[in-house]
Design a protein around this ligand. Structure first.
Ligand code: ADP
Ligand code: MG
Length: 200
């Protein structure tokens, strides 16, 4: 065996995949589909979500059409790194709820040869980019943008409409607070737009 071929055989290249889109667009569904395929391939997998998202379960990620997969809740991105040394494939849901350290953590995991699949909202309810998703999109090897169905007209929906009066930047909820809307039917409350607190 020549030397180059030997290096290729022993060294495994990692990568980052990002699944982004509005609420109800199928991000969690797609993350679960990829993780299940990795399991079929007998790879060691682990799925994480931020502790802020305990909407349906503390121990699973759950999609809006009730698919689920076991997950661990973590307080921050650093904890993902600490708990991933023994796995080959890492799934991260609701990535927009982590701070910008997630970018560094995903890079470290991918650099060490792991497959990192990150799912999250690319826009907040005002249709502004939702950190750290823009940065993750720019460093990822693979990107998938999922679209929901606009509840007003049935067109492909790229945005998330908040249907509650709150102007908190982060308001965790599902059908009680949010709807999928297309560009035409997405409405932004201009008065509250500048009062947003962006604390994470
Ligand atoms: P996300 O993680 O992007 O919020 P999920 O994967 O949890 O989305 O849920 C996707 C599922 O939500 C769809 O397969 C569908 O059954 C359901 N759903 C409910 N409302 C909508 C909508 N307006 N557009 C598309 N899917 C919807
Ligand atoms: Mg989801």
């Amino acid at each position: 065996m020549n030397e180059n071929l030997q290096i290729r055989t022993f060294k495994k290249t990692g990568h980052i995949e990002v699944i982004c889109g509005s609420m109800f667009s199928g991000k969690t569904e797609e993350l679960i589909r990829r993780i299940r395929r990795a399991e079929i391939a007998k790879q060691r997998v682990k799925v994480f979500k931020p502790s802020i998202d305990n909407r349906y379960s503390e121990f699973e990620i759950v999609s809006h059409n009730e698919q689920s997969y076991p997950s661990e809740m973590v307080k921050d991105a650093e904890e993902i790194l600490e708990k991933s040394f023994d796995v080959e494939v890492i799934g991260i849901d609701e990535a927009q709820f982590f701070d910008n350290n997630l970018i560094n953590i995903c890079q470290q995991l991918a650099d060490s040869g792991k497959r990192v699949i990150v799912a999250g909202l690319d826009q907040d309810y005002r249709a502004f980019p939702f950190d750290p998703m823009p940065q993750l999109l720019s460093i990822a090897e693979y990107i998938t943008k999922t679209l929901a169905v606009c509840v007003v007209c049935g067109a492909p929906a790229n945005r998330t409409q908040r249907i509650s009066d709150s102007n908190e930047h982060i308001l965790v909820g599902a059908k009680n607070y949010y709807e999928a809307r297309c560009r035409l039917h997405h409405v932004i409350n201009i008065e509250t737009e500048n009062e947003i607190s962006t604390d994470k």
